[in-house]
Design a protein around this ligand. Structure first.
Ligand SMILES: Cc1cc2nc3c(=O)[nH]c(=O)nc-3n(C[C@H](O)[C@H](O)[C@H](O)COP(=O)(O)O)c2cc1C
Length: 360
């Protein structure tokens, strides 16, 4: 067997866990092998309302695999991936082989790209436009027979996509399960430093005076009461409408045909890595893609008939402004807002590498 030094395997896993995951759940474990590692799902850190049929987890695993393959290439290693499509938590087996005589890519460059990627939830500099050449380069990373990158350029398209996503997020704030899930993953003060997962309040990109307000709104009964006087609209305005308005570009990644969320996660991550590397700030907007996945994969379980009617209308609006999106067959993988941030981004934490290594 082709033996790979443990330190290389650990470096590959360290690169992998820098991947984005829904609510920074980091839902994975690894078991080291002589020539690679097994990737396992960690049920304790997944399965929230948004993670319908593990769609969010699969996208995150795709992003993790893209990071690993990117670093493996730089180390002169070929990656072989075997997916386990069974019902166990063993997700995939990744093995590596040294490629003799292969010209190596710069390892520092690969590491900087992987460790430099992050989510920026702050308001962007609307007036600082993204060069068309850069947008074309990023689109070419996604574009294929299976994937396309749609940019919402015209004022009408922009207005509609901002309204559609804001309407989706408004539903997010009137939903008890989503509310409770959100507070499960929110980390105030120094808690995130200790747990090293979840959404640290400092990474939310909101004004510091809003953080104690957010803390006060934890009891669902209080939030529900305040929703009667429009709290959900205020939250969606500040949390979604304003950030989207501040972004010079809004894009979506569409996958055409039969769903492949792991492959889609890899394409998403390829795009995200290069966008950050080019100096752009990036925020994914996961609510619409994951609600639509729920609509199609679970017939909308967990929503009221009125909310479902709303989603059908929102999907209709989305399809109208997204050329080539066939709502019966295709999936919205992710929406992103892109631009130039105003300040240094506060990065999210990762759990310690040892905590991911599975002892079997
Ligand atoms: C499937 C998926 C959905 C996500 N949805 C959102 C979202 O709706 N809003 C947001 O701000 N971040 C979203 N994120 C980003 C994660 O919250 C983020 O990756 C995680 O907190 C780790 O932070 P990092 O990306 O800065 O490393 C999503 C990530 C994934 C993989």
């Amino acid at each position: 067997m082709n033996k790979i030094p443990r330190e290389h395997l650990v470096k590959l896993i360290e690169a992998g866990i820098q991947a984005p995951s829904a609510d920074n759940g980091q839902p994975w474990k690894f078991k080291l092998l002589e020539d690679g590692f097994e990737l396992w799902l960690d049920q304790d850190n997944m399965g929230l309302f948004f993670d319908v049929k593990q769609v969010a987890t699969q996208i995150s695993c795709g992003a993790l695999i893209e990071n690993v393959v990117t670093l493996a290439n730089a180390l002169g290693l070929a990656t072989h991936i075997r997916y386990l499509n069974d019902s166990s938590d063993k997700f995939a087996v990744l093995t590596f082989k040294y490629l003799g005589g292969q010209e190596k890519v710069d390892i520092d460059d690969a590491n900087q790209t992987i460790f430099g990627r992050c989510t920026d939830r702050s308001l962007f500099q609307f007036k600082k436009k993204i060069p068309d050449t850069l947008m074309a380069e990023l689109a070419s990373l996604v574009q294929s027979d299976e994937y396309c990158l749609h940019t919402y350029k015209s004022p009408k398209e922009r207005k509609t996509i901002i309204q559609t996503v804001t309407a989706t997020d408004t539903i997010r704030f009137i939903h008890e399960r989503i509310h409770n899930d959100f507070y499960k993953v929110l980390r105030f003060g120094k808690t995130a430093e200790q747990t090293r997962d979840g959404l640290a309040s400092a990474t939310l990109g909101i004004e510091s005076f809003m953080i104690p307000i957010l803390q006060l709104l934890r009891p669902w009964k209080l939030a529900k009461l305040l929703n009667y006087i429009g709290l959900h609209h205020v939250m969606a305005f500040r949390g979604t409408w304003l950030p989207m308005k501040s972004a010079p570009e809004i894009v979506s990644i569409i996958h055409k045909g039969k769903a492949d969320y792991v492959g889609s996660g890899r394409v998403m991550q390829r795009f995200w890595l290069q966008a950050n590397k080019a100096g752009l700030s990036v925020q994914p907007l996961g609510a619409l893609p994951l609600f639509l996945a729920r609509l199609h994969q679970l017939q909308g379980e967990g929503f009221t008939p009125e909310q479902l009617k709303n989603f059908v209308a929102l999907e209709e609006e989305f399809a109208d402004i997204t050329r080539g999106f066939n709502k019966g067959d295709d999936q919205l993988v992710m929406l992103f807002r892109l631009g130039y941030g105003k300040k240094q981004v506060i990065r999210s934490y990762r759990r310690d590498i040892e905590s991911f290594l599975k002892s079997l």
